[in-house]
Design a protein around this ligand. Structure first.
Ligand SMILES: [Zn+2]
Length: 152
């Protein structure tokens, strides 16, 4: 077809496409770069949010300049984890999901990965580290990546 998208030929060096929506995380483009979840901190009360917000839930200050973008810690503690056995098409089951508490005081929902994940491994307080992983390719052959937490 004339004028067809040729992005498949030029995908090297392109930024990977974020799963869900942009602005949730920074995906490293090389092995020297570190991935980060992007949150926001209220300059008035210090509360941190993920995903980032323009207004603080606590202060309800409508001036958006009171919020600043922050990179969240890579490591946190597992709060809750469970296995999913029924999933939308394209997802291989079972897989694990859960909440991770980060040192900034924010609780993040995430897919959980790790070697030999089991009910015994998914215990509260377990250390978990954020990673960025390719989850699939889109129709043009671009990598689609997502953040996940690796239970250690
Ligand atoms: Zn606040």
């Amino acid at each position: 077809m004339a004028g067809q998208d040729t992005s498949k030929d030029t995908k090297k060096g392109k930024e990977p496409l974020p799963f869900l929506r942009p602005g949730l995380f920074v995906a490293p483009l090389s092995s020297e770069e570190t991935p980060h979840l992007i949150g926001s901190r209220c300059k008035l009360c210090g509360r941190v949010f993920f995903p980032k917000r323009t207004v603080c839930f606590d202060c309800k200050h409508l001036d958006t300049s009171t919020m600043e973008e922050v990179h969240l810690s890579l490591k946190g503690k597992l709060h809750t984890g469970l296995f999913v056995h029924a999933a939308p098409e394209g997802f291989k089951t079972p897989y694990a999901i859960g909440f991770i508490d980060l040192p900034e005081g924010v609780r993040v929902f995430s897919q959980l990965v790790g070697e030999n994940l089991s009910d015994e491994v998914l215990t509260a307080g377990r250390e978990a580290e954020m990673i960025i992983e390719k989850i699939r390719e889109d129709e043009a052959g671009n990598d689609v990546v997502a953040y996940k937490f690796k239970v250690i």
